[in-house]
Design a protein around this ligand. Structure first.
Ligand SMILES: *Cc1c(COP(=O)(O)O)cnc(C)c1O
Length: 388
């Protein structure tokens, strides 16, 4: 019996400590962690720099309120601006809040320039933007919205990769297009470079804002700081979360100057968002991710992982139907039920997580090495054999 509200399907295991790419259960077993708290533990478990940073900050100052200037917040915002398309950053505590902030910023922009009728956002079937009411109805996943009506209005959905439907959906009320650069929960689907370039062009032609949800695929996960960097484009608004905190809850919304103009004092806020403790951890994560060679490391190991997964696919074509993803955000589409495969993987001492379209997601910490990839491949092969 648990006093915790039963909103999760949980595996019957608990962990007492973590180190790098490994988790140790309370029963003494060691697991290779290719979930990373769903792309959160970007630097693995208990990274020395993060541990030292949080200990030091905990003795200095935790929280003050956004009624005051927070130097750690100024610093993290400036570093995000210096390294990306953005001109401003607003801090939240989670991915859903970051996507909600994006929606608000887009609507307020058109209000501010005297076109308040432009307030609808086009989104895509199979997307995931979070579990708050607006982010829920933005994605409009039938399983997630069931029973939570009335529907939050303001979103028009089009099927994934349907260019004609997208063009048809744009009308005089459209303010923005919002999409995950790589669908995470939705089955690890990478938006091709040409599509991103096309989306950007379309937004320019039709005077729309482009919101790219990088909550899961951003902060180095694909081997570039943002997944859209692979396409060489610049969106207007980008929600981030997961990886930027390395395990500490941080969300943020990055925005360019143009799209930011409606967001004056009093238009948005968060009690906890951007507090000194969170910001010191965010800065420590960036210390590592922005280090020379770090993203190249992610690319190299990510490519190696892909090659090895594709070899497995060739060896076990009746088990593995497809290898998807980019960098260290990988998906394997299976023939057998993905949950059952994950059960076997767990018995073999490795952790993965489900995604839609019968995919399992593998999201190792970005500090993973080829040695641990080799270990993962051995366990995946052992598991694949059990399904052959
Ligand atoms: C996880 C996720 C969210 C929601 O983040 P929470 O921190 O769970 O609120 C939003 N968008 C994407 C793409 C995500 O993967």
């Amino acid at each position: 019996m648990s006093a915790v509200l039963g909103t999760y399907n949980r595996r019957d295991v608990s962990f007492s400590k973590g180190k790098g790419c490994y988790l140790y259960s309370t029963t003494g077993d060691k697991y290779l962690d290719f979930v990373s708290g769903i792309a959160v533990n970007s630097l693995g478990h208990c990274h020395k720099h993060l541990v030292e940073t949080i200990q030091k900050q905990a003795e200095k100052l935790w929280h003050v309120s956004n009624a005051f200037i927070i130097p750690e917040q100024e610093k993290l915002a400036q570093r995000l601006v210096d390294n990306t398309f953005a001109d401003y950053v607003v801090f939240m505590n989670s991915g859903a809040e970051a996507t909600e902030a994006s929606i608000k910023i887009a609507r307020k922009y058109f209000y501010e320039i005297g076109q308040p009728e432009k307030n609808r956002i086009i989104t895509f079937t199979g997307a995931f933007h979070g579990r708050t009411l607006a982010s829920l109805f933005a994605a409009n996943n039938p399983e997630h919205i069931k029973g939570f009506g009335p529907k939050v209005d303001g979103f028009d959905q089009v099927p994934f990769a349907d260019h004609d439907a997208l063009k048809k959906a744009i009308n005089k009320h459209t303010a923005a297009i919002m999409v995950e650069t790589v669908f995470g929960e939705g089955g690890v689907k990478v938006l091709p470079k040409e599509c991103l370039i096309g989306l950007k062009k379309l937004c320019e032609e039709k005077d729309l804002l482009l919101i790219l949800d990088e909550v899961q695929c951003g902060i180095g996960r694909t081997g570039k700081f943002f997944a859209f960097d692979w396409a060489g484009i610049e969106p207007d608004i980008v929600p981030i979360a997961k990886g930027i905190g390395g395990g500490f809850p941080i969300g943020a919304c990055l925005v360019n100057k143009k799209a930011s103009i409606g967001m004056k004092a009093g238009t948005h806020g968060s009690t906890f968002g951007g507090n000194p403790l969170a910001m010191s951890v965010g800065n420590a994560v960036l210390d590592i991710i922005l280090e020379k060679g770090f993203l190249e490391h992610v690319q190299e190991v990510g490519n190696y992982f892909e090659e090895e997964l594709k070899k497995l696919q060739v060896k076990y074509p009746s088990v593995i139907l497809e290898v998807r993803g980019k960098g260290l955000l990988r998906g394997i589409k299976l023939k057998e039920d993905n949950a059952k495969f994950l059960d076997h993987l767990f018995k073999n001492k490795m952790l993965g997580v489900k995604a839609a379209e019968n995919v399992i997601r593998l999201l190792p910490p970005l500090i993973v090495t080829k040695k641990e990839i080799d270990k993962a491949i051995i366990i995946l092969e052992k598991t694949a054999k059990e399904f052959k």
